[in-house]
Design a protein around this ligand. Structure first.
Ligand code: DP6
Length: 350
């Protein structure tokens, strides 16, 4: 190896990548992380993962030599998952043949928050490692960089593909969106002012790791009795939601968003090995939210990811009223709240 040349190249990079909350859910996948239906999410602002990646001298003959630290502690479980991801995609990271890799990551949300962090983590990892590839090839970061980072993040965790872009993001082929793809996500442009500056209050009902992982949940969609109808429904809803996001219809947004959350959990409850992730607190929050919306006429709704925590979505213009409602009426049902909002996407830190 030509040492003089490598010294010119970057050996340390850092990125921050936000989490996202799906409005239309990805639940069920084919081989190679191809989704069974398209999904749409909202990229968040405060809930993010920061990753610093350093290239170091390689001391083993392993194809990938990685040490992964989460909040300053070596995390061997995640290290194995990331090592597998890097080995499977070594083509994109050729410098890993010559260098060892040390990754330090932290989450900006409390680690016991019960928020899925694989989306923001794989988003940040993909960005950092791709920047190293670009730097080693003398390429500059351009629009295609984010598309490729989304492609790579998807191979780590499907929902991560959507965290690479700000605002509302589509992942999966849809006939109404020309550049849509199963391989990477794309941002959705021309969002009606009603849906700009959306707020998301994440109410943590349970902060323990869930009993059934998302990977197991995805797998249970194979041979699920309602799989075919579910995938068709989600794809049809993607087309409707894209219109709704353009024309600003809050009632339709609420109907799709809440039905998606309940349908996701209905899939879990009706799979061959059925299970429940909602808790009493989840249902209490949902019922009180229905009553508050009915009485106040404020456009506010909920969604759930694969867990018991509730995301309350509302426009910034009703921030005071909704947050007062949450603090005065829901505190018995959740352990902590994270007040987040629509975000601007990843950030390069070094
Ligand atoms: C319910 O992206 O965590 O949050 O691809 O196996 O890593 P893997 O799954 P993951 O699944 C996310 C499921 C979901 C819905 C969504 O984000 O669309």
């Amino acid at each position: 190896m030509n040492i003089e040349k490598t010294l010119e190249k970057k050996v340390k990079v850092a990125w921050s990548c936000p989490s996202n909350i799906a409005i239309i859910k990805y639940w069920g996948k084919h081989a190679k992380q191809i989704p069974c239906n398209a999904s749409i999410s909202l990229t968040l602002s405060n809930s993010s993962t920061r990753v610093e990646a350093d290239l170091v001298e390689k001391t083993t003959t392993d194809s990938v030599q990685l040490a992964y630290y989460f909040e300053e502690k070596r995390n061997l479980d995640f290290e194995r998952r990331v090592t597998q991801f890097l080995e499977d995609n070594i083509l994109y990271f050729p410098y890993l043949t010559d260098y060892g890799l040390v990754i330090h990551s932290i989450n900006t949300f409390p680690h016991s928050a019960g928020i899925a962090s694989s989306a923001s983590a794989f988003g940040a990892i993909a960005l950092a490692l791709l920047e190293l590839s670009y730097s080693h090839r003398g390429q500059i970061i351009d629009g295609e960089f984010y598309e490729l980072a989304s492609y790579l993040a998807r191979l780590g965790s499907g929902s991560a593909s959507r965290s690479l872009f700000p605002g509302f993001v589509l992942w999966g082929e849809n006939e109404n969106k020309r550049n849509s793809s199963n391989l990477h996500a794309v941002p959705i442009a021309s969002i009606h002012p009603n849906f700009q500056a959306m707020k998301d209050a994440i109410l943590i009902v349970e902060d323990q790791p869930k009993k059934v992982s998302s990977s197991v949940g995805h797998a249970l969609m194979n041979n699920h009795p309602f799989a075919k109808q579910r995938f068709q429904q989600a794809d049809a809803r993607v087309s409707v939601l894209m219109d709704v996001l353009k024309n600003g219809d809050w009632d339709k947004f609420i109907a799709i968003c809440e039905s998606e959350a309940l349908t996701l959990h209905a899939m879990m409850m009706t799979s061959k090995e059925y299970y429940l992730l909602m808790k009493p607190g989840t249902l209490q929050i949902i019922e009180k939210l229905f009553a508050f919306r009915e009485q106040s006429k404020i456009p506010v709704c909920f969604t759930l990811d694969a867990g018991p925590n509730v995301h309350v979505l509302y426009p910034a213009s009703y921030q005071v009223e909704v947050e007062r409602f949450i603090k005065e009426n829901l505190t018995d049902s959740y352990k902590k709240a994270i007040f987040d909002m629509q975000g601007n996407g990843p950030q390069k830190l070094l």
